[in-house]
Design a protein around this ligand. Structure first.
Ligand SMILES: [Mg+2]
Length: 438
């Protein structure tokens, strides 16, 4: 008898990051980094559990947690093997509940909630297999991987046959790249110096620290005031020298004309890319910004689903695709996006940071390197040095490279003592801030 998933617990965990302006940018001045944290409990001997999460920046946690709870019937009471043995079907079920799909379709809160559950089931499957998720994925056949994707709305750009072809082309080099990955780690860049709320001194100090730690790319938040951005860009350039890449990130701040004017003004300081210059829904605006100024364009952390990524690629609107492990509907949909990016020859540089996003997304980039694009040239995973201490299997970044995780699962488990302290609103961290007992 296969064990059963006996319960789906959803826990509201929040960290008071707004107090130090960690994570501050032009659109999000005071985020409290939070996770709607999912625990799939089972009756398997040894207490097998699956973990996943939705990342939010505070009060959105209420809404996401409620939505995850509304999807519980798809998972609760099922045998573990019926879920982990067919992760393509469960993903389709979770994203095609017709009454909840009405709220999207396949976008926003319902889609993120589905993603948290999909990712938790991948964690379960990888633990059962005794492998980290990246290795589990990279051990599947091209056909098995291709069957994890929902090709609906994609076939004008990517068919299942083409996906199999891409995956087969990468197959012969898998063992060699796995060995290289274990030896060298996956490239990382850091956003830690660049939060908009940081002083010039803090920016310069952290930029120098990043270079000393081996990073060859940093990122600055922009879009508050042009004069400030020109000054900060100049200070950062002086701090890191001419050879370190400085990406900039406007977090959706601008309209097309403003984006073009602003980036034309910053261009003499050689920004490497402009990230989220405008609305993540606006494919044509990204194409216009890409054509209208000299800096490369990146987006993706708020792109709702595989369909919008498809159009960004078809419209030649982006130079970099930035997947996010917890924005779309989990591992399955991100495989579709990795395959689309490989088809169009556009590098994937994932969004990370937040709570647990580095822990999760590293698995997807490592899988991409081993079994999909087969390359890490021009690619790097974002790294932000916040909140990793709360995870039981935190990321390890050494000399600006992510070490491949070796523990079975998706690296998504939060330490029990951290969960207890940061539960909202009843954990002691929040009781102290909210003023007495709730
Ligand atoms: Mg960003």
């Amino acid at each position: 008898m296969s064990p059963t998933i006996t319960g789906v617990e959803v826990i509201d965990v929040r960290f008071p990051t707004s107090e130090k302006l960690d994570g501050s940018d032009a659109m999000n001045p005071d985020p409290d980094y939070s996770a709607a944290y999912v625990v799939l409990r089972t009756d398997a001997p040894g207490g097998l559990e699956g973990h996943g999460l939705c990342f939010t920046i505070g009060r959105g946690n209420d809404v996401v947690a409620a939505t995850i709870r509304s999807l519980r019937p798809y998972v609760e009471g099922r045998t573990v093997s019926s879920v982990t043995g067919d992760l393509g079907s469960l993903y389709r079920e979770l994203t095609h509940d017709s009454q909840l799909r009405w709220l999207g379709p396949e976008k926003g809160v319902v889609h993120m909630a589905a993603g948290a559950l999909v990712n938790a089931t991948w964690d379960l499957a990888a633990k059962e297999a005794g492998k980290p998720v990246w290795e589990l994925l990279a051990s599947m056949t091209p056909e098995e991987i291709a069957d994890l994707v929902d090709y609906r709305y994609l076939t004008d750009a990517l068919t299942r046959d083409e996906a199999v072809e891409i995956l087969r082309a990468a197959e012969p080099g898998r063992a060699e790249r796995t060995a290289r990955l274990r030896e060298q780690g996956y490239p990382a860049y850091t956003t830690s110096p660049g939060w908009l709320g940081y002083s010039d001194d803090k920016l310069v100090g952290l930029a120098k620290e990043a270079v000393a730690a081996g990073f060859t790319q940093i990122k600055l938040k922009v879009g508050g005031s042009l004069d400030d951005d020109i000054r900060r860009m100049r200070l950062a350039r002086e701090a890191v020298g001419p050879d370190v890449r400085i990406a900039v990130d406007a977090n959706q701040r601008w309209d097309v004309d403003t984006a073009i004017a602003w980036m034309t003004a910053l261009a003499p300081h050689e920004p490497y890319w402009i990230e989220e210059p405008t609305s993540p829904d606006d494919i044509l605006a990204h194409a216009a910004i890409r054509a209208g100024q000299p800096v490369k364009v990146a987006t993706g952390e708020h792109v709702a689903n595989r369909v919008v990524f498809k159009q960004l690629l078809q419209a030649e609107a982006v130079d970099f695709v930035q997947i996010d492990a917890a924005r779309v509907a989990g591992v399955n949909e991100n495989i579709a996006i990795l395959l689309l990016a490989a088809k169009f020859g556009v590098p994937v540089c994932p969004h990370a940071g937040g709570v647990g996003l580095c822990e999760l997304v590293q698995h997807l980039s490592m899988f991409d390197y081993v079994a999909v694009s087969g390359s890490w040239d021009g690619r790097a995973i974002e790294y932000v040095d916040h909140l990793h201490e709360h995870f039981t299997d935190p990321v390890v970044v050494e000399n600006a490279r992510y070490r491949p995780p070796s523990a079975p699962g998706f690296s998504a488990a939060i330490r029990p003592e951290s969960v207890a302290a940061h539960r909202y609103p009843e954990g002691p961290v929040w009781r102290a801030r909210l003023g007495g007992d709730q």
